[in-house]
Design a protein around this ligand. Structure first.
Ligand SMILES: [Zn+2]
Length: 155
């Protein structure tokens, strides 16, 4: 994942992502989805948004180890990899201590995206309403808006 310099995201998958997260947000629950797809020549093409089995609360989500394992089995079957986890927060968006310590994504270069206001954001041709972190040498590093706009291509 570390070598990936461009990520292609369709408006369709973007909208579906927000739609899933808002369904939970409307119930005042956090939720998590994954963006999965195929890497080729340092370009990652997001093919699908996945909603893993999870427990949801107003201030957290939880995916069991077994369900993380099942995600990996499914990724293998479809010859996909996961590029990003995306989850909502009730208020502002940031990576909490729990987000740092218990990510679903563990491969260097993976992304973790946090969406504020339980997903009640407008879909634009960018990720500016969100915060985007990347796993670099074991730490989740906040990516600045310019970097994010260079990496994620929404079309
Ligand atoms: Zn969080």
């Amino acid at each position: 994942m570390m070598s990936i310099t461009n990520i292609l995201l369709s408006v369709d998958i973007y909208e579906k992502t927000i739609q899933i997260l808002r369904e939970y947000g409307n119930e005042l629950l956090e939720a998590l989805v994954l963006w999965v797809g195929i890497e080729s020549n340092n370009v990652f093409n997001i093919k699908e948004v996945w909603f893993p089995n999870q427990a949801n609360s107003p201030i957290s989500y939880y995916v069991t180890d077994i369900d993380v394992h099942l995600i990996n089995v499914k990724l293998n079957q479809k010859k996909y990899s996961a590029i990003a986890q995306i989850h909502t927060h009730p208020g502002s968006a940031y990576h909490s201590n729990i987000d740092d310590q218990y990510p679903i994504m563990v491969l260097p270069g993976s992304f973790s995206i946090v969406i504020p206001e339980l997903g009640k954001i407008s879909v634009q041709k960018n990720l500016n309403a969100m915060v985007v972190y990347r796993l670099i040498f074991g730490d989740w590093i906040l990516q600045d808006r310019k970097e994010v706009n260079e990496i994620f291509k929404i079309e």
